[in-house]
Write a protein that binds this ligand. Structure first.
Ligand SMILES: [Zn+2]
Length: 393
């Protein structure tokens, strides 16, 4: 890589076992199609894939109650009166649920370990990003919170200032909750406004408790927000906070359900916008976090047209092998997908010909997103010694 960064990709077919079954939108085919597209484009040529082991109970219990871990392990055998959010439409019980979810956690932990040991500067596990899982219950398709476990592990292995950035369309509530009292972890979530989307949290007034006040940051965006407005909000808030917080590591949840075609939510980003986000995250890791960047996946339910392209861009960005949006989607990838879904309109190129250029906030343009930006800056910036009204901050 040009700047001397090293990077690793966590992947193993075993991760496909996190399968909520039936018509559930969280379908592991999205992971398989992503890896196949990345391979078809040569993005993974010569890259050794890191194969994870399941996380141990001790690792899971960094974040989760013992009783919950037991409930998850026993759920496929019990089948009734499960509690803990298990056995619902969102979080159905499936065979070997504990083992499959532990492996997802193990993937994010392996990525964290490689960065902590100095073996690599960056690592990505697209199977990770189960950001809604809570201490004692499953939520929003998430059983164990792999990313919170990985951050907790990092806090015990040489890191005491970690910035977590969550760009999934849903609020990163589980990760926020895990570190709501911990000033060592800055959590920043950009999401569709909670008045119009589950889980209904993520207002700018959620700031963190006690000494951690100001280390929970929430940027709720209006439905219909497109790439330029999303990026305007991101750049109006995130770089300044990273500049003052000075993280040693960036952890990012890279859900792609913010796409215009996603069936579960109503933001209007494009694959090009996702690519621009990843490039911005990489630049921020270089500038503010010593080049260290741990990226995980997350939501994303347009399985054929969006997730494979967007997460191929994520992997490529982590590896410094950026793929131009004009590059054709290879027939090697398209042909089997066409057989799988003969009626689907499949993508032709790696982009959508969308302009992601944006005007930086502070130009007084009075865009719809500017109220959201002002609300966040006014709530958070003074707690970091920053001026909410000064565009230079
Ligand atoms: Zn989501």
């Amino acid at each position: 890589m040009g700047d001397g960064s090293t990077a690793a990709v966590v992947w193993d077919k075993g991760l496909l076992a996190y399968d909520l079954g039936g018509d559930h939108p969280f379908n592991p085919v999205r992971l398989e199609l992503t890896i196949r597209l990345a391979k078809a484009l040569g993005v993974l040529d010569g890259v050794e894939l890191l194969v994870p082991e399941p996380a141990s109970d001790d690792e899971l219990e960094r974040i989760h109650d013992v009783g919950y871990v037991t409930a998850v392990r026993e759920a496929p055998l019990v089948g009734w009166d499960l509690r803990h959010g298990l056995g619902t439409a969102d979080n159905p019980v499936f065979d070997r649920m504990h083992e499959a979810t532990s492996l997802v956690v193990g993937g994010s932990l392996l990525a964290a370990e490689k960065i902590a040991s100095g073996a690599v500067d960056r690592a990505v596990s697209i199977a990770g990003g189960l950001h809604h899982a809570m201490r004692d219950h499953a939520a929003g398709f998430c059983v164990y919170n792999d990313v919170a476990v990985a951050i907790s592990w990092l806090l015990d292995h040489g890191f005491d200032r970690i910035a977590y950035i969550d760009v999934d369309v849903h609020h990163g509530d589980g990760v926020q909750a895990a570190f709501y009292d911990d000033p060592r972890v800055l959590t920043i979530s950009l999401h569709q406004h909670p008045s119009s989307l589950w889980p209904g949290t993520g207002l700018p007034t959620e700031l963190g408790n006690g000494a951690a006040e100001g280390t929970a940051v929430n940027i709720p965006l209006p439905p219909g927000t497109k790439d330029p407005a999303w990026l305007r909000a991101f750049h109006a808030v995130v770089p300044s906070l990273l500049g003052t917080f000075q993280p040693q590591l960036l952890v990012t949840q890279c859900g792609v359900d913010s796409h215009d075609e996603d069936p579960l939510a109503d933001l209007s980003l494009s694959v090009d916008g996702h690519r621009a986000i990843y490039r911005a995250l990489r630049e921020l890791a270089q500038k503010h976090a010593g080049g260290r960047w741990l990226a995980v996946g997350g939501g994303g339910y347009q399985l054929l047209r969006v997730v494979p392209r967007s997460w191929t861009h994520l992997i490529a960005t982590v590896l410094d092998r950026d793929v131009d949006p004009s590059v054709s989607v290879p027939s090697e990838w398209l042909d089997p997908v066409r057989e799988l879904a003969p009626r689907a309109v499949l993508p032709v190129t790696m982009g959508e010909d969308k302009d992601t250029a944006f005007q930086p906030w502070g130009d007084g343009a009075g865009l719809a997103v500017d109220k959201a930006i002002a609300d966040v800056r006014r709530a958070v910036f003074p707690l970091h010694g920053l001026d909410p009204d000064d565009p230079r901050d």
